[in-house]
Design a protein around this ligand. Structure first.
Ligand code: SAH
Ligand code: SF4
Ligand code: F3S
Length: 439
């Protein structure tokens, strides 16, 4: 049997796509390996969201090319968002035999079969329909507790800085029956948590003569599979999150109280320029709604520092909205111009790199404070934790997440991976809650 090795970069949706690829290739008789040196096919499932993501992958391509040279016949493939964005450019490097975009994975077995030393293969066609709905992904997570399920693909928003709509194509929702089937399947195999994935889950919509299925409805359908199956989701777009979604979360104990709610900037002028299509005031009113239904809900965010023409005043607005919301956690980035986006075509990337870095560092320092404050507020509280495994630092301790997504560690010899455990928070760092068993 031929062996396939895949490295995955980028978002969780890409991780799930790698699982889809393994499934398609397994049906075609290929076997998965985690050892690059023994693989017949070496692939990278790539990300284009920021320039440094792409630079890292170019570095890996050099390593792959070395394998190809020392073991003639080895196939090197680049798939995913960077394949879609750079297309023939990757083939022109003469280091790659296969280029496949995110909607072409069903054709991978044929593409691979067609490759000869002189003829690489490429398919970067985007689709309006492909959701891989019928494909049962081969899970590559390590713990067997938490599975990711894509509920939609693509994105119809045109945030001016963002390359995703170009690499992933138009938004389309997946048939809810296939989503439920997949969630039931992983639950029956011992998984205790599913995370529903999409670039903008709130715009999920399946049209059906028997009644349309919205994201709120889908959440409820998944939550009803079993009270022992936790449900999470990502990402919520502040312009689209509905009261129904927030209220559905409040009604089901097994829908985790955590919303990833990317703000990007606290300045209305920047938000408008980014085409996020909400204002600071709207964003804060949504946070208020979330907290009125779920006072303990974890709220996390993404922030971009140094977008085009960002002034010191705009930057201060970002710091102030972070304080006002008191985020539990944040992913923080410097703006990276992506060729082909609306921003790249229309706005000069004019914030000097050292200013971007300084602003990003201020944002990171503030978030560290906010994360620590948020964790300190947990001291004394009881949480239900889903055990994920032994703690990284101390093998006598277990770790797992609370409903609000905070990582808890606690000494325990009686429970095992996949158990639910009640713990009491004793102290914390900015990243972890240090707990003891509550029973
Ligand atoms: N669909 C999600 C985000 C997907 S990309 C949403 O709308 O929130 C993940 C994050 O990468 C974004 O939230 C943004 O903060 C960041 N990002 C996207 N494009 C970027 C760019 N050109 N430069 C820097 N950060 C970027
Ligand atoms: Fe990119 Fe905006 Fe779509 Fe998110 S919603 S993927 S930031 S275009
Ligand atoms: Fe990257 Fe593509 Fe995801 S650009 S963030 S892998 S959708």
């Amino acid at each position: 049997m031929k062996k396939v090795y895949i490295e995955t970069y980028g978002c969780q949706m890409n991780v799930n796509d790698t699982e889809v690829i393994f499934s398609i290739l397994a049906d075609a008789g290929y076997e998965r390996t985690e050892i690059m040196e023994e693989a017949d096919i070496i692939m990278a499932n790539t990300c284009s969201v920021r320039d440094n993501a792409e630079q890292r992958i170019w570095g890996r391509i050099e390593q792959f090319a070395f394998q190809r040279k020392s073991r003639p016949g080895t196939i090197v493939g680049i798939v995913g968002c960077m394949a879609e964005r750079l297309k023939e450019k990757l083939l022109d490097s003469h280091k790659v035999d296969l280029v496949a975009g995110p909607d072409s994975y069903r054709t991978l077995p044929d593409l691979i079969a067609s490759i000869t030393p002189d003829h690489p293969a490429i398919n970067v066609m985007l689709s309006h329909e492909e959701t891989y709905g019928d494909i049962n992904p081969v899970r590559i997570d390590k713990n067997g507790v938490s599975a990711f399920i894509s509920i939609m693909r693509g994105c119809n928003n045109v945030c001016t800085y963002c390359v995703v709509p170009y690499t992933r194509g138009a938004e389309r929702s997946r048939d809810p029956r296939t989503i439920i089937r997949e969630a039931c399947d992983v639950f029956s195999r011992g998984y205790k948590e599913v995370t529903l994935l999409g670039q903008n889950v709130d715009s999920y919509l399946w049209k059906d003569p028997e009644g349309d299925v919205t994201f709120a409805r889908l959440l409820e359908m998944v939550a009803k599979i079993s009270p022992d199956l936790r449900v999470r989701f990502s990402t919520s777009h502040p312009k689209d999150i509905s009261d129904e979604v927030i209220e559905t979360m409040g009604r089901y104990e097994n829908i985790c109280e955590n919303i990833h709610f990317p703000v990007q900037s606290g300045s209305d002028r920047m938000l408008e320029k980014m085409r996020r299509r909400y204002t600071r005031e709207w964003y804060l009113s949504r946070v208020k709604k979330i907290r009125s239904v779920m006072p303990e809900c974890g709220i996390t965010t993404d922030v971009i520092a140094g977008f085009c023409s960002e002034t010191e005043e705009d930057h201060k607005q970002t710091l102030s909205i972070m304080r006002e919301v008191g985020y539990d956690y944040a992913f923080m980035f410097q703006y990276s111009e992506r060729p082909g986006t609306i921003a790249a075509k229309n706005f000069p990337d004019d914030v000097p790199p050292e200013v971007k870095t300084r602003r990003l560092n201020e944002i990171i320092a503030l978030q560290n404070e906010l994360s620590l404050e948020s964790n300190r507020r947990e001291i004394g509280k009881i949480h239900k934790v889903l055990v994920e495994g032994p703690s990284k630092r101390n093998p006598d301790e277990l770790c797992g997440r609370a409903s609000n997504n905070k990582m808890c560690v606690f000494p325990d010899k009686t429970h095992k991976v996949g158990d639910y455990v009640m713990v009491k928070v004793l102290s914390c760092t900015s990243a972890t809650l240090l707990c003891e068993l509550a029973q």
